[in-house]
Design a protein around this ligand. Sequence first.
Ligand code: ZN
Length: 570
Amino acid sequence: MDQSLLEQIRQSNNIVEVIGSYIPLKRSGSNYKGVCPFHSDTHPSLMVSEPKQIFKCFACGKAGNVITFVQDYEKVSFMEAVKQLAARVGIAVEEKPQTKIARSKRELQVAVYNLAKDYYKDNLQNYQEAKDYLLSRHVNNEAIDLLEIGYALNSFGGLKNHLLKMSINPQIMEESGLFGNNNQGMFDLFRERLMFPIHSITGDVVAFGGRIMNPDQPGGKYINSPTTDIYTKGKELYGLHRTRYEINKRDFAIVCEGYMDFLRLYSEGFVNTVATLGTSLTEEQISLLSRYTKNVYMLYDGDIAGRKAALRAGLLLIQKGLYPKLVILDEEDDPDSFLLEKGSQLLQEKFASATGLISFLFEDTSIQLTERDKIEQLVQTGRMMTDDISRELFLKEVAEVFKISESALRKRPATKTQSMSTPEKEQLLHSFWEERMLLCMVLQDKRVFMDVTGILTADYFLNPVYKEIYDFMIQHMTVDSSLQPAGLLDLTENENLRSMITELMLTDVTQMNLENILKDVKLRKYQQELKQIDQMIIKDHENRELSRQKSEILKKISILSKKVVGKTLT
Ligand SMILES: [Zn+2]
């Protein structure tokens, strides 16, 4: 895409307005603050700078510009984020014909899944037995349409031939995860199954879940698509693309396990539901969900396996700063059967009497844990909590419910897993202070950058990270005159680099004197060269060329240091 168009799109989308449309922002001095959507938190750690058009979270380090925010929040590709922002301000983004042909692999795969979904849907309409089955399970046409349920025929070549007829590249088909391969070639992986499309948060079909109708059929009751370029197991939550607004509005989510449970709950008016799709709830799913609410009702099967799974998921939710409650059904019930037999009114009552995890564990006798194991699990969970206040409150509650002293719970110290201690980090930053300040200045003003590049090459930076950033700027900003510093953040996928650049852009440099800092950076470099030459002279003291070089460096140092006030050389 044309860089100047990109810059135009970026400049027309004020970062404060765009981020403010996703999360509440409050003015704080010359900046804005909000609760970061990329980690679980209740404090406003996210800072948005309007003049610089960048954001940074001071708790988790996430940082970027308006495009990368949309990209990370919506979990879409860079181009998709650009298109959304362009549409927001009415800028037309035309795809050039050749880019249409060379579409990204992701787009090709999404297209294949879309075709497959339509194919399965058509099959269902023509296959009375499957429709009858769904009706017998009280799944009406409305629900079928809404969830785009389809049917995979009992055939090894149904989908394969359909896609080949549509001129889909066999290579793309092979990578789609929809086909198996044996000595006779590719064959349909999903056969004789009800097909549930799994959508990404943006609504693209990225995988399928297939469920058998006849319990005697070979193969598992459920088959899910394997991990592909567009789908990672445990990353998506079934139904979330459809229910996220309701979840946000009602400020709680219902988490169930399967498609049928989801379907039943959804059709009975529990429209703030998601399903985990047969895997145990993952950290990624939790972080996805926590964008919309912190309150979660776990509604799993009533049997022991279901209760254990709900408990495991609940403990992880607590660790991540969410507030789970358990809705416990009778041993023989699952959400689907419960609603069919007992109705939504009774389920509402179950919700009203749902318990927190601590009291559930205290009272429960079905999952057969000893009191000591229960306490140990809760204490472990408490240790993993990142928010200090929540952890204090949690442990206090554990102590109260189990009638045990808080000091006993705290006896074992939590282990810290920090890679570099803060003093070490500070020291590192301190020893390259001039380079850091210089980078801050060139990152905040393009004219300063252009001036400095005429004077300093990247070799002047002794800190490897700063050198990398400066090099990165030279590579991109000297070539493209329209590119502003915030635009640099689009050009790297490296989160650490993004975070570092943003931090430097946000550092206050109003008290800094560019000339002095430039001198310091140069001096440091000359001193380093001097040290190296001295070492070479020790090994080769007859070498006149080295002596000549040394006196030249000394001259440069002497000229520079005369101009530096209050600086002594060592
Ligand atoms: Zn954060």
